[in-house]
Design a protein around this ligand. Sequence first.
Ligand code: NAI
Length: 655
Amino acid sequence: MSSYTNLSVSTDDNKIAWLTLDVKDEAANVIGPELIEEMNAAIDEIKVTNPKGVIINSGKSSGFIAGADVKKFEGMTNSEKDRELALSFIHMGQALCQKIEDLSFPTLAMVKGFCMGGGLEIALSCDYIVTDDSPSTKLSLPEIQLGIHPGFGGTVRSIRRMGVLKAMPLMLTGRNLVPRQAKKMGLTDYCVPLRQLKTTAVQTILLKPTKHQAPKSAALLETSPMRKVIAMQMRKQVASKTKQEHYPAPYALINIWEMHGSKSSEMYEAEAHSVATLVSTDTAQNLVRVFFLQNRLKALGDKKLFTPKHVHVIGGGVMGGDIAAWCAMQGMRVTIQDMNTEALGRVIGRANTGFKRRFRKDKIRIMQAQDNLIPDLHGHGIAKADVIIEAIFENLEAKQEIFKNVEKKAKKTAIIATNTSSIPLQEIAAVMKNPERLVGLHFFNPVFKMPLLEIVQTPDQTDPKVVALAQSFGAHINKLPLPVKSSPGFLINRILMPYILEGVTLYQEGVPATIVDKAAVDYGMPMGPLELADTVGLDICLHVGKILADTVGVTLPDTLDKEVEQGRLGKKSGQGFYAWKKDKKVKPDNKQWTGDRHKVQTRLIEKLLAESKKCLEENIVENSDLLDAGVIFGTGFAPFRGGPMHALLEAKDSL
Ligand code: NAI
């Protein structure tokens, strides 16, 4: 056999060929033209030896294949040259998958770890897919999250294997499947313990069981009239979440299936052309930017710096309770302290619901998380913890008392942190013997959903080593750690507050709440400012607004004061700008309003963009990329616009 740079080929005693992927100089196998060429050549060589079958597997501990090399998508324009380049790469990938599918002997993908995008498309072109059963193995077609859709024949083959009703949602959401789900949905053939993975792969090749395909009844859904009905339904579902002008890829995917679903050859070609067009859109380019920004944030936390094993959380309210549960779910031992036993009871109850929701039927993982979370009324955990996080109510004196005590008892090496959302760190640290030890770990609500973690530091006071450890801790608990300067509102609340207050001002001027919020959602925000205010709590908005008023340079609208005075606090009180029932917004009446909606949108977004610019000028974060990343992952700011600073730049360019 020839020698290759990115893979190796061997034959075992059963005359089965093993094609092992190991892309040079990369932590994970990513697909670029070089790998495709080598796989083509290797398969040609294997063919000549007439083996019993071929098993495609990975030599990387990180997983099977992470997908196509996203670096190659960067900077693609809608020029003819770039389109041709994209099309030729897609055709290469399609041809490789077709070649694998056409082999006359059995083919099998043996998957452990990540199997994503183009990697899953290669697996789908094999006769069999076998995985281990570890929840760290993930299978997905996540292309939609980069503004495109599968392009190596995955649209055809996933539907052929699973049926349209299972395959389409997988492609339209880009969600990850763990092995058991993948097996249940018919994506894979076997899901076995790791120790049996190799044997299962070999036995499958030797015994050649019937190949898995979607049930016959699924073919009925592929007829032209049925495709029309199903496509309409899917479009409706997609439209309830995203607009076509913001995210064209899901609509393009539904269109090509509706038009060509019954003819594979046509659909392959339509799929290729569609991806080659989508990849150069602003949406795809900005989503690719967000992908790299996310990696950049992840890289800010160096996991090798230390291994946190024990976290102690003080304050078992909404935030402290959820922070404790989240850390327990990441495998850490967590002691949770509150002076109120009932609060501790509530933490455990809420945590159990969270564990069950996250781990579904995986009883072992649920039990492990439950075992990790320990109520600690008297704070015995402080002396043993590697990380101590204070999350009691927002009061300077109370927090100072906590830290005086914590500093005395904590290990010398422990991280001492506060989750305060508005009190400057230097004020809390003023009572400490070693104020350089205090760092902010500012989580966002709801903790289970929000990926960002602000690492707050006081320049010239917080020890840089403590900041680096706090960033490392962020990475260990699977959050995106963003270093920010301690100043009122830090980054995210500071940027959100003028946007929320402008929403309240517009409301005060007579614009209905639904119109105000729709203007923001139409821009691409996940939620309008008034619904956000209701969700956070109008009393909290008022409190944070007062703290930030001087920094941001705003006068608080009277409406906010009045609403709070009258006990209308938003979601938690059942009434705010909207009515709420059982934590759900009651569908509001559609009010008639004839004003200028575009102006409403401009006023809201301009506030947000202007505050972002000010934060950058004041060095709240290090640079504009980190600011964009923070605002996207901390507020859900329209990812397809690439972040506020990027949006400002684009707006300037288009003038
Ligand atoms: P909360 O009022 O829901 O909970 C506070 C908990 O601390 C209560 O259970 C109380 O019994 C306990 N507590 C008070 N003093 C204590 C003491 N000396 N020792 C032990 N336990 C004590 O508060 P919430 O909303 O969870 O906020 C906590 C912190 O997190 C605050 O600093 C807040 O600014 C910050 N934060 C809040 C966010 C939110 O959306 N609620 C978001 C991000 C940060």
